[in-house]
Design a protein around this ligand. Structure first.
Ligand code: FAD
Length: 461
């Protein structure tokens, strides 16, 4: 069987690794990737040293079923990257890219893998095979296609593209931040992990001007707590299969915390206070709780990564989570790392960083920009767009290909976002474009799990 993998980022590495672990080789593999930085994808290419992975090692293993795969690779390198507060190593994202590269190369030593430098722009169906067409017009016939193209880029909510001083996509920060004058007033749109990356990186390159973080909700990511090994007794995959509502999930969580002697009501009240509480007060409380012994938040975060997709597929009241509680759910399931939280707080304390909530508009106002929020207006010389793209958004580089997959019937658009694959179609999707995931952008464990299942499916194909 000839397998064509479109995209050479983390999802492709996870798939190659899973294929290489199989007892029987399902066939030859061709990977199509336009970037010169193979295997890192959008997040894990060369960047500033201060741009770190967002999760402890246990969340970063590319091999499903082997949580320590990445930690073993890190080995002695870990000591140089220890986050003292977390008690775990957090490496620059480019170094994690090196892990991905080595994992891909190890897999390629066991599999017949060919890498084609190019962007796939369309497909043609020819009998049982599919021809993948690249931007230079080259066509390659394969029997199965696996789409691993990642997720979208930040949306331009205020139509600022092309305005001088507007940074439409901050990554890699090593490329975008040198163009920002040191004393300039910088406004960062967004308050999620990308916005935290931008703020921390500005500080690292010696920015001295004021920084404003603009968002509607003002909700910041929660802060990772020191990992504690704990095997849930109630919030398990087996028990989850009987859950239909968020109330059922809360019941499992209550049972878990009751068993530990922790106060579920206080835990839930704290979570529900997320959108209303002053974000700076909340941030400081969370920094103070990095090594607190309570397990509630740790258990919830672990469940969000390991059981999230299963829970999501069963819930009948998803709209509430994806609507009213969306900010809180993203904030708790995608926390910032302690080292960034502490730096962020230092900038707030110093008065260099200000949080602006209830953002209304950002307009060009030569020179610079005028920003209006509920509390008044301000000016900025530079605006950095750090809005997190919504899950299931199509990366611009894959837009023509996705249109072609839809028009040839190889895929259909799921009403809730992402691509469904009609039964029997020679296509698989790994990563954020796969329909049916949660409303949170796919993390490494979710991608690794899907890649392992896809490798099995290719084998049985
Ligand atoms: C900035 C950032 C930081 C993150 N940090 C973490 C983290 O610390 N921990 C975590 O668990 N998750 C993190 N994530 C989530 C992230 O989604 C995954 O970690 C992972 O990188 C996704 O891998 P992927 O292969 O699906 O997508 P990507 O890594 O984006 O790779 C997709 C690849 O497809 C290629 N491509 C696109 N279109 C085409 C085409 N038409 N033809 C050929 N190739 C194409 C692209 O060039 C790219 O190389 C982060 C995400 C971002 C954006």
């Amino acid at each position: 069987m000839r397998i064509g993998i479109v995209g050479g980022g983390a999802a492709a590495v996870a798939l190659l690794d899973s294929l290489a672990q199989l007892d029987a080789l399902p066939g030859t593999v061709t990977v199509f990737e336009p970037s010169t930085h193979l295997w890192g994808g959008r997040p894990y290419g060369p960047d500033l040293e201060v741009v770190l992975v967002n999760s402890p090692p246990v969340i970063m293993s590319i091999r499903h079923g082997d949580q320590r795969h990445y930690a073993r690779w890190l080995g002695e390198r870990a000591a140089a990257h220890l986050d003292e507060r977390l008690g775990e190593p957090l490496v620059p994202r480019a170094l994690y890219g090196e892990y991905l590269r080595q994992a891909a190369e190890e897999a390629a030593a066991r599999l017949p893998v060919d890498v084609q430098h190019g962007r796939v722009t369309g497909v043609e169906r020819r009998g049982g095979e599919v021809v993948l067409r690249t931007a230079d017009g080259h066509g390659q016939a394969v029997d199965r296609v696996v789409l691993c193209v990642g997720s979208g880029t930040p949306r331009d909510h205020f139509g600022l593209a092309g305005t001088p001083g507007y940074v439409a996509d901050p990554y890699p920060l090593a490329r975008t931040l040198p163009g920002v004058p040191r004393e300039s007033a910088v406004a960062v749109i967004g308050s999620g992990l990308t916005a935290v990356d931008v703020v921390v990186s500005l500080a690292a390159v010696g920015h001295t001007g004021p920084i404003s973080l603009l968002s509607r909700s003002g909700v910041l990511p929660h802060v990772w707590q020191r990992p504690v090994r704990y095997e849930p007794r109630h919030l398990t995959a087996a028990n989850l299969r009987g859950a239909r509502t968020t109330g059922d999930l809360a019941g499992l969580m209550r049972a878990e915390l009751d068993g530990l002697g922790e106060d579920f009501d206080a835990f839930a009240a704290d979570l529900l206070a997320t959108p209303a509480e002053d974000p700076v007060v909340r941030l400081r409380r969370q920094i103070a709780a990095i090594d607190a012994p309570d397990l509630g938040r740790r258990i919830l975060q672990q469940a969000a990564h390991t059981l999230g997709p299963l829970a999501w597929s069963l819930l009948t009241d998803r709209a509430q989570l994806a609507g009213e509680h969306y900010r809180t759910a993203v904030s708790v399931s995608s926390p910032m790392v302690p080292v960034n939280a502490v730096q962020f707080d230092r900038l707030l304390e110093r008065g260099q960083l200000t949080l602006v909530r209830d953002l209304r508009t950002v307009e060009p106002s030569s020179p610079g920009f005028r920003i209006r929020a509920a509390g008044g207006s301000l000016r900025a010389d530079v605006v950095v767009n750090a809005v997190n793209p919504p899950p299931h958004s199509v990366p611009p580089a894959a837009a023509p290909l996705v249109a072609s997959l839809l028009s040839t019937g190889l895929a259909t658009a799921n009403p809730a976002g992402g691509l469904d694959v009609p039964s029997g179609a020679p296509l698989h999707v790994v990563g954020d474009l796969a329909a049916g995931g949660t409303f949170v952008t796919s993390s490494i464990p979710a991608i690794a799990a899907r890649a392992a299942a896809t490798a099995q499916a290719l084998l049985s194909d």
